[in-house]
Ligand binder design. Sequence first.
Ligand code: DON
Length: 306
Amino acid sequence: MQDILDEINAELSSRSERGKVATYIPELACIDPDQFAMAVVLADGRTFSAGCADKLFSIQSISKVFTLTIALGKLGDGLWSRVGREPSGDPFNSIVQLEHESGKPRNPFINAGAIAIADAIMMGHQPKETLAEILEFVRFLANDRSIGIDENVARSELLTGHRNASLAHFMASFGRLSHPVEQVLGVYFHHCSISMSCQQLAHAGLFLVADGVNPSSGVKVVSAQRARRINSLMLMCGHYDGSGEFAFRVGLPGKSGVGGGILAIAPGKASIAVWSPGLDTVGNSKLGAEALEMLVKRTGWSIFGN
Ligand code: DON
């Protein structure tokens, strides 16, 4: 495994075409695109990495995997009356489907869906308490108490998040939010601004590898059925309107973020985190997807076989 990661790192570090960093969040616009990191945690807990795998980056939409897991824990199947579970085929920040579908977001991973999830998790709690709960859960999953929120990124999102504010107000106009829009957005922007390294992220994803149980600690995080369903949502919706392309090329449940990270799950095999800040045209890490494509080719880990 170490040889494979070193090979991928060596091949990708010489690439000049690395995609473009997200600029609509000003704080992310100044990230050096010439960075690359990858970490693989096998089901037995052995960890391998290449590149700057301890460097913190903004996990952005990858956090939506964790908030979905919390929301399912609180609402169970009741969650599906608030958010759908179909791929959107539209950009992550699109508003058009919302109008056609009475303000009910297509799935938990597009921005509107994640805003609805943040609202669902808040039930009976102040925004600060909700954020503390999300952060505690991520720290627990990664077994790392140092994980925190980058306040500069959160502020940057808040100041420029007109599109997300539009989505939230639009949903509220259909009576779909139970809390004030400003509070829901505050929770959403802050969980998107969690900083993690590839090492931490790959550890946090481990519960999705082995039927909901963290194989290294033996702790049951979710039921096997729930882990399977979260993986299927990641496969179908985790890369927005690039989900089909990602399934075609990589064939693993995966969740991307505009910070350039991707968390991918090879069920029964490994949790994989990759980071390269340059994005493709739909907002997914360009070299990140390529690295995963190289990894599945060499390991045969695609869920669709070799
Ligand atoms: O709300 C946003 O636009 C960002 N906080 C998250 C978007 C994102 O990561 C989409 N990823 N590809």
